[in-house]
Design a protein around this ligand. Structure first.
Ligand code: SF4
Length: 585
């Protein structure tokens, strides 16, 4: 990050307007665009004018809309004689804003090339002020790289508490229940979270049906039902009603089946009049406004989560092949309606996970660490007995502690890192008070998934600088090709020779040369600018379904592996296409 550029609040002066107009004229651009923009900025209360200063000299200006986190204009002072400072200016902007997009007229080829070189990618187009505009999003991989050694500005001031509770290895129901009571006590007592007669929603992680083998719980994949049952039993002593809420992420119509699969009737049986199972994928939706947040103005959320007095988030202590860890921040993905889950891949999954925390705010987080999941979580990993419960009220602090217990640096999980950068909580160990045994006392290094994105004989993968998102999902799809080819079982499907060499590009690095006579597949937002040079699979990271169908189209004779129910996915795809179409209009 650039330490030598600082920002001062600038004003929109007539001189500045003159300089801007001159730039447009000099570059042969239609100055009517900047004239009407200037007018619009005058009325826009979320518009900041930053004057970039280096060694007491003005190097340039950025016009930044805080509400949409968009750079409306960036330009260099005509008197500046040093090298182009715009990259350093954006570095400085990112260190204070963390979320940055850019908007420009389509005809501004110079600025487009500069932004592309920095790591912005064309995301949508629109028409305004008589001009065709491009909206460019900054690649999350670039953002993560630029901010790796940065700290949020302003930093989170409050100290947070996280409770760690060791459960006896026998893990009897009574011991688990006592452990939950101890965690709640350490955090200030039940009445801090639930008042007599209030309603509570528990959000476990019931991601898929993989959590049972031969009718027995494997552990680490879904929240242990004993934790949910014991918590419900405790809550029934004070709350008027307990809702157990989940919206399964993989097969979205299967949440009801999943409740039955894991025996949730037993939990309802504690008090059938006061315990209800709610399939959030089918819940009524209410529009929720988000005052003061960046870019996210409103979203539809399940009515049950809006109606209850308290939400308790109960994730599992597990590794996620793409998000690195699946803990409290990741677990709220299941609370969003199906179309939001599907769309989140298209508009940036990691940022969307952070955005959910503007909408749904659990008062209490209780991580089920009775058995964790290492290696290929969230569903195909290896269970690891930990005998732990981890509780707290701040999602960043709780996830940071849980990751340290798993032997991970919390900064490596994109959603945890972004939530920290955007001020949701502290990630630093010295800003979190641990109540209970220390992290070092309970930590065990979890095995990390060995992500393999090597290609085959005529399939080359170009994955420089790609973030764990694309690499993780691509690994998942390529693993389905590492099996004997039915057309010639002496080789693997991935080594099948193609008529023309096939390339798969991912990550934000700028490809020097795309060979037009080869087959080229471009993944995600980072490669969106190459969409017209081959097949583009959109998303950030692309949805597993999109990647699977895109890559398996190279193997028309092979049945495509199913990620989820196809009719549901295609319904969502259609809805998304309509939304994207409306965004263009
Ligand atoms: S498109 Fe892929 S590589 Fe790029 S930021 Fe998104 S997930 Fe990472």
């Amino acid at each position: 990050m650039s330490a030598d550029i600082s920002f001062q609040r600038g004003r929109r002066t007539p001189t500045l307007f003159k300089l801007l107009k001159e730039r447009y004229t000099k570059q042969g651009l239609d100055e009517r665009y900047i004239v009407s923009k200037w007018d619009e900025w005058g009325k826009n209360r979320s518009l900041s004018t930053f004057r970039a200063v280096k060694d007491d000299l003005i190097v340039g200006w950025i016009f930044y809309d805080r509400k949409t986190s968009t750079i409306e204009e960036i330009f260099v002072n005509t008197g500046w004689e040093g090298k182009d400072p715009r990259g350093a200016m954006i570095d400085a902007l990112i260190s204070r804003e963390s979320l940055v997009a850019a908007s420009l007229p389509k005809t501004d080829a110079e600025k487009y090339q500069f932004l592309l070189g920095y790591g912005f990618r064309p995301a949508s187009s629109s028409r305004s002020h008589g001009s065709d505009l491009i909206k460019m999003e900054l690649s999350t991989a670039v953002l993560l790289d630029k901010t790796r050694s940065a700290a949020p500005l302003p930093s989170y001031r409050k100290r947070e508490r996280v409770a760690i509770e060791k459960i006896p290895p026998a893990q009897s129901y009574e011991e688990i229940k006592q452990g939950i009571l101890n965690v709640i006590e350490k955090l200030g007592g039940m009445r801090r979270f639930v008042k007599p007669g209030q309603t509570v929603a528990i959000k476990p992680n019931i991601v898929s049906d993989h959590g049972l083998k031969d009718g027995k719980a494997i552990g680490g994949i879904v929240t242990d039902i004993r934790v949910i049952k014991a918590l419900t039993e405790i809550l029934l002593g004070i709350a008027s009603h307990v809702y157990i809420t989940e919206g399964s992420s993989i097969n979205r119509s299967a949440t009801g089946k999943m409740f039955a699969h894991y025996g949730y009737d037993e939990v309802v049986g504690l008090d059938p009049k006061r315990v209800t199972l709610v399939d959030l994928n089918n819940d009524r939706l209410v529009e929720k406004r988000v005052p003061g947040s960046k870019r996210l103005f409103s979203r539809k959320v399940p009515a049950t989560l809006e109606m209850v007095d308290t939400i308790i988030n109960v994730p599992v202590l597990k590794i996620h092949f793409a998000a690195i860890a699946s803990l409290s921040i990741k677990n709220l993905q299941g609370a969003m309606p199906p179309i939001e889950k599907y769309m989140s891949h298209f508009f940036g999954l990691w940022q969307n996970l952070v955005n959910i925390h503007h909408l749904i705010k659990p008062k209490l987080i209780l991580i089920d660490g009775l058995t964790g999941l290492e290696d290929f979580g969230p569903v195909s990993g290896i269970p690891r007995k930990m005998d732990l419960l981890i509780g707290g009220t701040n999602p960043v602090a709780v996830d940071a502690v849980a990751m340290r217990i798993m032997g991970l640096d919390p900064r490596v999980s994109p959603p945890v890192f972004l939530a920290w950068m955007q001020g949701f909580g502290p990630l630093e160990a010295d800003k979190i008070d641990i109540i209970g045994p220390s992290v070092e006392d309970v930590a065990q290094k979890f095995v990390q998934p060995a992500i393999d994105v090597k290609g085959g004989t005529s399939l080359t993968i170009h994955s420089d600088e790609a973030c764990p998102g694309c690499k993780g999902y691509l690994h998942f799809v390529l693993s389905k090709l590492r099996r004997p080819d039915p057309a010639d079982p002496t080789r693997l499907l991935i080594d099948r020779p193609f008529e023309k060499p096939v390339n798969i590009f991912l990550g934000p690095s700028n490809i020097k040369e795309v060979k037009a006579d080869e087959v080229n597949i471009f993944l995600g937002l980072c490669q969106q600018h190459n969409a017209d040079k081959g097949t583009h699979l959109p998303g950030c990271p692309p949805h597993a379904e999109v990647l699977t169908s895109g890559i398996f189209s190279l193997f028309p004779d092979i049945e495509r592996p199913k990620y989820a129910d196809e009719t549901e996915e295609s319904k969502l795809k259609k809805m998304l296409e309509e939304i994207l179409e409306n965004r263009k209009a």
